[in-house]
Design a binder for this molecule. Sequence first.
Ligand SMILES: *[C@@H]1O[C@H](CO)[C@@H](O)[C@H](O)[C@H]1NC(C)=O
Ligand SMILES: *[C@@H]1O[C@H](CO)[C@@H](O)[C@H](O)[C@H]1NC(C)=O
Ligand SMILES: *[C@@H]1O[C@H](CO)[C@@H](O)[C@H](O)[C@H]1NC(C)=O
Ligand SMILES: *[C@@H]1O[C@H](CO)[C@@H](O)[C@H](O)[C@H]1NC(C)=O
Ligand SMILES: *[C@@H]1O[C@H](CO)[C@@H](O)[C@H](O)[C@H]1NC(C)=O
Length: 434
Amino acid sequence: MHLAVAFLASALVCTLALDNGLMRTPPMGWLAWERYRCDIDCELDPKNCISENLFMDMADRLSEDGWRELGYVYVNIDDCWASMDRDKQGRLQADPKRFPGGIPKLARYMHDRGLKLGIYGDMGTHTCGGYPGTTLDKIETDAQTFAEWGVDMLKLDGCYSNATEQAEGYPRMSKALNATGRPIGYSCSWPAYQGGLPPKVNYTQLGEICNLWRNYGDIQDSWDSVLSISDWFYKNQDVVGPAAGPGRWNDPDMLIIGDFGLSMDQSRSQMALWAIMAAPLFMSNDLRTISSGARAILQNKMVIGISQDPMGVQGKRLLMKKSGIDVYWRPLSENTSALVFFSRRNDMPYRYQTSLGKLNYTAGTYKVFSVFTEKVATLKDTSDFVVSVNPTGVVLLYVSAPAKHRQFHANAKLHGPAYFRHDDLDNAIPPSFL
Ligand SMILES: *[C@@H]1O[C@H](CO)[C@@H](O)[C@H](O)[C@H]1NC(C)=O
Ligand SMILES: *[C@@H]1O[C@H](CO)[C@@H](O)[C@H](O)[C@H]1NC(C)=O
Ligand SMILES: *[C@@H]1O[C@H](CO)[C@@H](O)[C@H](O)[C@H]1NC(C)=O
Ligand SMILES: *[C@@H]1O[C@H](CO)[C@@H](O)[C@H](O)[C@H]1NC(C)=O
Ligand SMILES: *[C@@H]1O[C@H](CO)[C@@H](O)[C@H](O)[C@H]1NC(C)=O
């Protein structure tokens, strides 16, 4: 049932994405804002200030610690990189003290390592941090400057502009980026400034002009923040979900896994809920000191594979049970799918009993792989099973047909071993699936 609906849905989501060929799967990488904010005091805090060193450090980690091969390729500067004044030709320029080599040096640094550089701008008189913004008369100049610098992605914020200016500015920047001839991924904060919902937000139009867009408020380093963002997106899934597809993504904001606010279970929950949402995966953390536990979650190949499914259909919440268990589902290519059982409870691991049939799986027998525990089961749609879900945690299942020997759908960019080999699974089918 779900599968039929999914294929219908993907047929209806025609290819009206921004035509720059980019981000056919949700973009992945690293973004400075949540962890590093507008820290510009390099004397007091040399390791963490917004400077070329910070971005070069992160590029080193991405390219040397196995992140790049998994798809984490963008290194994105956020606010507070610019000089307070434009140059004599009216162009933006980086703060020369913190970025002595300028942005082109950073772009080369990224490209030499197989990475991409993202930058931040703002449709308005000033950025949210008070730096020079991109007013309507500066759109083409700034697009051209970013292209000449070798930038690969632009996040365009919306502080200090009104709705009329935004309605003109965001589409015009899309055209201006295209006119540079350089493929530049375009992240629009526009809908977040319009309340995130129709009739103010036109998701059809957004999909035509932006590769991704921020619908809702900024993420902070806390579980409350993750949960409130997740709940907003899933509550509005019927409105925002159909807008997503290859080249065009809803952006619930950064992954804060590896920071200070989340337990390991909550970290798995953010990763699973973001993957089901087909969300961009931009980490904002310190890759120099990240714990092995957080790294294992962020580098889990199956959850990345679910996130990066080429069909690009955004998943949804199916059920919210009185027990405090929610069930989420995302259809994936080749008749596979992912299920998440998420617990809102704060008391104990909860044993949730269900069957695939109750979740509308009706094709007989399935092979089920539990992504974070690496347990495997073969389940009949009619048989009950139990998952034990930790408080504020998840159980994430990858579901496929049992007989078909296929490899888990790897990110097209990856050439290494597949995420998932059925041969490994055939040996290890446990009697129960807990
Ligand atoms: C610009 O848009 C055209 C038409 O939509 C597209 O074919 C082309 O690839 C785009 N170029 C860039 C650099 O985005
Ligand atoms: C938006 O700002 C522009 C330029 O500052 C101004 O001319 C216009 O009246 C404003 N529009 C609204 C609806 O506030
Ligand atoms: C939304 O945008 C699309 C594409 O730009 C346009 O055809 C449509 O008329 C817009 N819808 C509304 C309600 O403005
Ligand atoms: C998916 O399932 C449908 C219906 O069961 C079947 O017709 C189709 O061939 C399957 N597709 C793949 C790629 O296995
Ligand atoms: C299963 O499908 C039926 C009929 O389309 C629908 O009413 C029901 O909500 C679905 N159940 C779940 C758990 O998605």
